[in-house]
Design a protein. Structure first.
Length: 500
């Protein structure tokens, strides 16, 4: 799909023209502006139609009007909601709705005059529209027969602006790169676990490693054993698929000297989580191909960085493996020694993500980053606490936590902080090892966070994102169909672009 800028002087040439309206304060009476106003002048009945149809201008509300004669064939009106409750996400939504509404059209024009909203911070309107068009156009059809695939017809999206300039073109490109990276992460997660094996994850990482400014290292089981990654390898024991540690590196160049800081992103990469011998229920396993959502976010981000070219060095790391039950699986009661020397009593083999992170995070810290961010579909408790729409965040550096939450809000991803209460550290003390991999009755997300913190050694600024809720959606949304969401690719891209 092509996304181009069109100045107002040229005719809006799309077969579908999308215009937006704020929620009407006086019950259904609108004063159309911009393109909608000229449309109203020409045809004279826009207001009447909207009133008849009881269009309120609620956020995401749409009205598709088909037009006789030549030229544009459809007018799509999209509600923006209340002006004082504006969130930039609604701009993405407008583009997504325009692309979706035009099932039989090849080009959609979006008029952006109506978005004359004071933008305090964050991405420009054209970037948001580019993101929305590409995210909204996503579907996962790889495993469907042709007759079951809804064809995508929109080939061109025109954004109607007052003037064209190179900055706007750049913003479109940036939006495209971020959204395409998100869709790439969605593809990785949506692909069935029997195909998206650790080996396949390595292949995908190697492809990314060939992009400009990137390189990749892969450690096999032997290499991980030599380093002493007993936590990670214990999880891998039950699977017949070999585990790998993926290490991608983005190094900026041509910025005149040394990079401005170094960030390590560690993604949980369980390509399938059966629970191991602490087996999940059938229903509990249904979506567990998404347990590499953290690794997918990392891979999506690294791919985007090749084009975004921020002035920071970024290390993307993931310990990828399946978590399976078998005669060779790790057993409740086992004790393992990790990279830092710290030992773990494995009391529940389904709390496997933290075992892999216990090795992957110290490995990341050996790269001497200024900051480590780990992203993991870590706890069901986080889904209970915050639901499907919100990620949990914890860490040892409040400033960075605040900055990530802010990046999330600009990126359209909600993140909420949970407290790393020291008092709960008692709950992960073991009788036989240094720590155990489960906590007490409550606060499962927090005890998981405290557990990970034990492995942030030597101490480094660290932030943990629990995306067990938002990595997957059971509902269709304007910007994402049911299934994998590609959670945190956007947030991380916005975050990394700002540098540290
Ligand atoms: N991958 C799961 C967490 C999860 C649950 C992600 C639901 C997405 C949706 C994780 O490995 C897990 O099973 N955690 C256990 C931990 C418990 C045994 C301490 C959980 O949350 O039940
Ligand atoms: Zn598990
Ligand atoms: Zn898991």
């Amino acid at each position: 799909m092509e996304i181009i800028l069109q100045t107002k002087k040229a005719a809006a040439s799309g077969d579908l023209v999308a215009v937006t309206l704020w929620k009407s304060p006086n019950n259904g009476r609108f004063t159309p502006t911009g393109l909608a106003a000229s449309w109203d002048r020409q045809r004279g009945d826009l207001q009447k139609t909207l009133q008849q149809e009881k269009f309120k201008g609620k956020r995401g509300e749409t009205k598709l009007i088909s037009v006789a004669g030549k030229g544009n064939r459809y007018l799509l009106i999209v509600g923006l909601g209340e002006k004082n409750r504006f969130e930039s996400e609604v701009v993405r939504q407008v583009a997504a709705l325009a692309v979706k509404a035009g099932h039989k059209v090849c080009a959609a024009t979006i008029s952006i005059e109506e978005f004359s909203i004071p933008q305090k911070r964050g991405a420009s309107t054209v970037q948001l529209l580019a993101e929305g068009a590409i995210l909204g156009n996503y579907s996962f059809d790889l495993y469907k027969s042709k007759e079951n695939v809804v064809p995508k017809t929109v080939q061109r999206v025109e954004i109607l602006t007052a003037t064209k300039n190179p900055r706007l073109e750049k913003d479109i490109l940036r939006g495209k790169m971020i959204a395409e990276a998100t869709n790439f992460a969605r593809d990785l997660i949506n692909t069935p676990a029997s195909d998206m094996t650790p080996r396949r994850m390595v292949e995908e990482a190697k492809k990314i490693g060939r992009l400009p400014h990137l390189s990749v290292k892969v450690l096999d089981r032997e290499a991980c054993k030599k380093l002493g990654m007993g936590g990670f390898l214990a999880v891998a024991k039950g699977s017949s698929e070999p585990p790998y540690l993926i290490h991608l590196i983005y190094r900026p160049s041509g910025q005149g000297g040394r990079p401005r800081g170094r960030i390590a992103i560690v993604g949980k990469g369980i390509t399938f989580d059966s629970g191991g011998l602490s087996l999940k229920t059938a229903q509990g396993m249904e979506t567990m191909k998404d347990d590499m959502g953290g690794a997918a976010a990392m891979l999506g981000l690294m791919r985007a960085l090749s084009g975004l070219k921020p002035p920071v060095e970024v290390h993307g790391i993931s310990a990828v493996t399946e978590n399976m039950p078998s005669g060779s699986a790790d057993k409740p009661g086992d004790v393992v020694r990790t990279l830092t020397g710290k030992t773990i009593e494995i009391l529940n083999t389904d709390a496997e993500g933290r075992l892999t992170l216990a090795d992957a995070i110290p490995y990341a810290i050996r790269q001497k980053p200024d900051l480590v961010v780990d992203i993991a579909t870590l706890t069901g408790a986080c889904v209970v606490a915050l639901g499907e729409l919100c990620a949990g965040i914890m860490g040892n550096d409040q400033k960075i936590i605040d900055r990530l939450i802010a990046s999330g809000s600009e990126a359209g991803e909600k993140i909420w902080q949970l407290p790393l209460l020291e008092d709960y550290r008692e709950d992960i003390k073991s009788n036989v090892a240094d720590v155990k991999n489960i906590g007490g009755k409550g606060a499962g997300t927090i005890t998981a966070g405290l557990f990970i913190e034990e492995f942030v050694r030597p101490k480094t600024p660290w932030v943990h994102l629990d995306i067990a809720g938002p990595s997957w959606t059971d509902k269709d949304h304007d910007l994402c169909p049911k299934g994998a969401t590609g959670s945190m690719v956007r947030t991380l891209a916005y975050f990394v672009e700002k540098g540290i």
